[in-house]
Design a protein around this ligand. Structure first.
Ligand code: FES
Length: 174
């Protein structure tokens, strides 16, 4: 590890506004989300590769659509911003970790920016918050996201505590 450059060039591996478009440059030292140094030319590939290393536990996984129409609605790199909020709340790791992942189009662009809530029901996820779909999340400000994160991390039931207008309805079409 290049100790002399660690302090001056550490950045979030997903700091770019376009996923995968911010590879590590020559001489730059960057850590990925798992705290591993990233290979030059890559965005997240670790230098010390372990094919059997377990993935990091999460209680809640938020699948945020970042495809064309949702991405444009959001305007900013919302996934990166939400990760920073989670870090500030201490919810980026540990038992109640909330993970943010970008997705492609769900075919539900009319509800953009779409965010699906999934819960890790094999561990400590709350099944009552599983398979919820949030709509127009690009209108959520940081305070609103903090409220959502707090509710999720404390296993409160979102449908009981958030306005109905935030949820995408679902039906069976024949
Ligand atoms: S671009 Fe997000 S649902 Fe289509």
């Amino acid at each position: 590890m290049k100790e002399k450059t660690m302090t001056s060039s550490l950045t979030n591996s997903h700091a770019s506004s376009t996923y995968g478009a911010n590879p590590v440059k020559e001489g730059e030292v960057r850590l990925n989300e798992m705290g591993s140094q990233v290979v030059e030319g890559y965005t997240c590939k670790p230098v010390d590769y372990d094919a059997n290393r377990p993935i990091m536990h999460y209680k809640t996984l938020l699948l945020l659509c970042d495809d064309e129409r949702c991405g444009k609605a959001g305007k900013t790199d919302k996934a990166s911003e939400l990760r920073e909020i989670l870090k500030s709340m201490g919810l980026n790791k540990g038992e109640n970790r909330i993970k943010i992942s970008r997705t492609g189009c769900y075919g539900a662009c009319r509800f953009r920016q779409v965010c699906q809530v999934t819960e890790n029901t094999k561990a400590n996820g709350n099944i009552k918050n599983n398979a919820l779909w949030l709509r127009h999340t690009h209108h959520f400000d940081d305070t609103k996201w903090r409220e959502v994160f707090t509710l999720l991390s404390t296993n409160k039931i979102l449908e009981e505590l958030l306005d109905e207008k935030h949820f995408i309805p679902m039906k069976v079409y024949e």
